[in-house]
Design a protein around this ligand. Structure first.
Ligand SMILES: *Cc1c(COP(=O)(O)O)cnc(C)c1O
Ligand code: SF4
Length: 349
């Protein structure tokens, strides 16, 4: 299970996002009260949160519609009774990550790129998270030391791209991230540094000048893949943070040379959130406005507790076809599923 962040320091010399993390909502009753929603949702939420705790940053909550229990952002984070239903084929390790491990903290399934589990922590708990049951506690890589992972990477010159994942890799402080990126940059055959993160979406103040400096100064070509599922996520502080990231500049007119950062988005096709062609179109349009291209639309991984989010592939195909008729090809994400043992994500066409 993802490790919730419990004892975050809020010393004044810390970046503001530490405070945002510490103040994130963890109590279902509080979440419902802030949204003027009925208490009848509270008991099932409390129960489901025992399996996988509720965690919602306040900035993300501020983008939800009060009084609407079907709000697409709320639906992604509110624990509900359906999570406890047992559905055949929905398992604890749906994508075979445990088998693909190359030693603690490193997963390689595909040629030329490897995925580094930088930390088990995350700033939000998406109810459909495919890592909700991942045994991070067995994984020594989030205990300060990437020595083994770096050794494996150094000895395999077929790997050109390192993908930082998690949990969310931006849960590492800028100091730790800088150390890791420095060490990765010192591996001669690595060319690209990719970061898979949802923090710029759910916790925009994580986009610190320090983070931009790390991406701006590394020898590796940086690619940031964010994770937004609905256009309503991409407003306010979040839009501002994404623009800064895109421009590779700490502040408008900030010091030093800007280094524009390649930004891509991956979304998960989710019932009741974005299984609607108007929503998907608006998502692509909104992303483009912010300088982000849609990359993947993922078929939901069949993780236990998330069956109620599944959209049948036939329906997904129809949606993507409709999207293709409305948008230029570069704004249509690749609709893919992940299948155990395959050499890449599998396009669904
Ligand atoms: C999804 C994934 C990648 C990245 O695949 P791309 O198609 O390059 O985006 C790499 N490693 C693992 C283990 C993955 O699950
Ligand atoms: S942001 Fe990603 S890692 Fe974090 S809970 Fe959501 S899906 Fe899981």
């Amino acid at each position: 299970m993802l490790t919730p962040l419990s004892n975050v320091s809020t010393r004044p010399d810390r970046p503001a996002y530490f405070q945002s993390l510490a103040e994130a909502i963890r109590d279902p009753d509080e979440l419902l009260a802030l949204l003027d929603l009925s208490h009848t949702l509270a008991e099932p939420a409390r129960q489901a949160a025992r399996q996988f705790p509720l965690l919602v940053p306040r900035d993300f909550l501020a983008r939800m519609q009060r009084g609407d229990p079907a709000d697409p952002l709320l639906r992604q984070v509110l624990p509900i009774h359906a999570e406890s239903e047992v559905t055949p084929q929905f398992t604890e390790d749906p994508v075979g990550d445990r088998a693909a491990g190359r030693g603690a903290g490193l997963i390689q399934k595909y040629g030329g790129r490897a995925l580094l589990i930088a930390t088990g922590a995350c700033a939000v708990h998406c109810r459909y998270c495919f890592r909700r049951h991942f045994p991070y506690a067995d994984d020594p890589a989030h205990a300060e030391d990437w020595r083994a992972v770096l050794g494996t990477l150094r000895s395999d010159d077929s790997i050109q791209e390192i993908i930082l994942s998690g949990g969310d890799p931006l849960m590492l402080t800028d100091e730790r991230l800088a150390t890791l990126v420095d060490r990765l940059g010192a591996i001669p055959h690595l060319k690209r540094l990719r970061i898979h993160t949802r923090l710029p979406i759910v916790l925009p103040d994580r986009v610190t000048p320090g983070l931009i400096e790390i991406l701006r100064s590394t020898r590796l070509s940086p690619v940031v893949v964010v994770h937004a599922n609905h256009p309503n996520e991409l407003v306010g502080d979040c839009a501002k943070a994404l623009r800064q990231l895109r421009e590779g500049r700490c502040a408008p007119g900030g010091e030093g040379e800007a280094r524009p950062i390649t930004l891509l988005n991956q979304a998960v096709l989710l019932r009741g959130v974005n299984d609607d062609v108007d929503v998907l179109e608006a998502l692509s349009q909104r992303l483009f406005t912010l300088g982000i291209l849609p990359y993947y639309l993922h078929q939901l991984d069949r993780v236990a507790g998330a069956a109620h989010f599944e959209v049948p592939e036939q329906r997904g195909r129809e949606l993507v076809e409709q999207l293709r008729a409305r948008l230029p090809g570069y704004l249509v994400p690749q609709y893919v599923r992940e299948t155990k043992g395959k050499p890449s994500k599998t396009p669904i066409i």
